[in-house]
Design a protein around this ligand. Structure first.
Ligand code: NCD
Length: 359
């Protein structure tokens, strides 16, 4: 087994001290971007976007260009060999031989971890299906730090599609590591957080409430993190239509919120924030997207400099005959992958998608 690179697959693979260093570095870059304009001279970043993206892809590309590096890649798998049936392993193995660093987004859960097992350069997870989105979380943490001045003692309301919204999963995992965090999880019964996130909150003793009414919850919040209902992750159009429009933040609701509450949203927005809210000074989502570029500049430089300890790629072991219980897991699509699980006894945790499997 080769030594792992300094990848970013799950933020929680790295210590909080490393995240905090990144946030400080992004702050310095934001203040003096000109100091870093040539720091990636001669370096190439590969961006592999198997799924649509505007902000994540372009902020990564802009970040690399602002650091003086160059980019290769695709944003439409239909125009690459993926359309001919090439598997994740082969595509990422080849591009990792051309590039110094890769950024990958894929609709299947655990796919970036799968690519990291054989890639020849560091890889960053830019979203793996409904699972995780660690660089959006770094963007969110950076926005909170810059706008609220602290990451401690915040009451965070997450509202919308908490089942399929990967940004929410990553944010909850990350903010659980800061003292005094409380969560108010606002969703319909159908779109509640996955069990593995609830288990994590319970086992870490993080205070949280699961509620259905945004109106009732909004006055308690320091931060309201809105998300769209993730149409592409529903089994049927009818199921999506039944949830569509479940939460809409408008001026009326904002009247109940504290004067210092901030509204975040990873974007794109569909209808969950009325356009009239954009002019409210507490609406921070457009600034948030810009913060994303600075934190990605800090991340690219930190990874290329090798500033940090690579996380172990395999923490548990292979269980050849056990199949992950999550139908969206990459192991069901890319059948050559070893079935890797952590834990022992009756419950195993899939190393790709984090779901529990009872054996
Ligand atoms: C999010 C994503 O792709 O998960 N967008 C983003 O990266 N800024 C949120 C979403 O698509 O709803």
């Amino acid at each position: 087994m080769k030594e792992p690179f300094l990848n970013l697959i799950d933020l929680n693979d790295h210590p909080v001290s490393w995240w905090n260093k990144l946030l400080d570095f992004a702050h310095t870059i934001r203040e003096h971007p000109e100091y870093y304009a040539k720091s990636c001279d001669g370096k190439i970043m590969g961006t592999l976007f198997y799924e649509p993206s505007t902000r994540t892809q372009m902020s990564f590309q802009t970040a690399m260009l602002r650091l003086g590096g160059t980019i290769i890649g695709f944003d439409n798998p239909a125009t690459s060999s993926v359309a001919k049936g090439e598997n994740i392993k082969d595509t990422t193995k080849i591009i990792s031989g051309y590039a110094d660093i890769m950024v990958m987004r894929h609709p299947v859960e655990g796919s970036v971890k799968a690519a990291a097992l054989t890639a020849d350069c560091p890889i960053i997870n830019a979203g793996d299906g409904g699972h995780l989105h660690p660089t959006q979380t770094l963007t969110d943490l950076f926005t909170l730090k810059e706008e609220k001045g602290t990451l401690k003692n915040l009451t965070i309301g997450c509202c919308g599609d908490l089942k399929n919204g990967r940004t929410v999963h990553s944010l909850i995992k990350a903010m659980s590591c800061y003292n005094g965090t409380r969560f108010v999880l606002i969703s319909t019964k159908e779109l509640m957080i996955p069990n593995y996130i609830r288990d994590m909150l319970n086992s870490e003793g993080i205070p949280f409430r699961e509620v259905t009414s945004l109106d009732d919850a909004i006055a308690d919040l320091d931060v309201l993190y809105m998300t769209r209902i993730q149409r592409e992750r529903f089994g049927t159009e009818e199921e999506y239509q039944a949830q569509k429009g479940a939460y809409i933040l408008d001026k009326e609701k904002m009247k109940r919120a504290r004067p210092d509450m901030i509204v975040l949203h990873p974007l794109p927005r569909v209808d969950e924030i009325a356009v009239e809210v954009d002019d409210d000074k507490r609406a921070m989502y457009f600034e948030q997207a810009k913060y994303g570029m600075f934190i990605r500049m800090a991340l690219i430089l930190t990874i290329l400099r090798g500033d940090g300890k690579p996380a172990k790629l395999i923490k548990g072991r292979e269980h050849k005959h056990v199949k992950c219980s999550n139908p969206a897991c990459v192991t069901h699509r890319e059948t050559y992958l070893p079935h890797l699980f952590e834990g022992s006894g009756d419950i195993l945790i899939c190393e790709y998608c984090d779901q529990r499997t009872l054996i």
